[in-house]
Write a protein that binds this ligand. Structure first.
Ligand code: ADP
Length: 165
């Protein structure tokens, strides 16, 4: 099942939440900052030991003080106008996160709108890429949540989901 909600991802009771991290995995602003703040300082310590993550790939840690058991840290692309493979890299970030979740037997997972904040990826285009990857894996999870932070994002996801294939 795919659901679209408007919420703070750090509050969700799911097996895994996905973090829109940066290449260093050492924390940042936006959803990354919120996740590190809510998970507590142990998360940063473990992330330091991972040694970074290339764009489009994903790494997993415990959720520490979060309700979620796992945090899957993925790095979406910075938007440079669309000519630098941004769409494939964003699809890879979703796909690799889902595969890592399956490897760790996570049955429920929540995604933020990766790359659409500071990284500047156009929202509608990003949501469409996210949903097409998520829909391909839908039947392997009990729930995949698209966790939107603002109503504008929620409306985009809801509209795209309602469109016939
Ligand atoms: P990026 O650097 O990948 O663009 P950002 O964190 O700047 O990442 O933004 C990604 C998305 O996460 C944006 O839609 C932003 O509104 C959203 N966001 C920020 N804080 C939270 C949160 N606590 N829960 C869910 N989504 C959030």
């Amino acid at each position: 099942m795919i659901s679209v909600i408007q919420a703070d991802i750090t509050k969700l009771d799911v097996d895994a939440i996905v973090n829109a991290a940066n290449n260093s995995l050492l924390g940042g602003g936006g959803v990354d900052g919120a996740i590190h703040h809510a998970a507590g300082p142990e998360l940063l310590r473990v992330c330091q030991s991972i040694g970074g993550c290339p764009t489009g790939e994903a790494r997993i840690t415990a959720g520490f003080l979060l309700t979620a058991k796992w945090v899957i840290h993925t790095v979406g692309p910075v938007w440079h106008g669309g000519g630098q493979n941004e769409s494939d890299l964003l699809a890879n970030a979703y796909q690799n996160s889902l595969e890592l979740a399956l490897e760790y037997n996570a049955r429920s997972i929540a995604f933020p709108a990766i790359s659409t904040g500071v990284y500047g990826f156009p929202k509608e285009n990003a949501a469409s890429i996210a949903l097409s990857v998520i829909q391909r894996c839908e039947n392997r999870f009990s729930e995949i949540i698209c966790c939107c932070f603002c109503s504008e994002d929620r409306f985009i996801y809801e509209r795209l989901l309602a469109e016939p294939d």
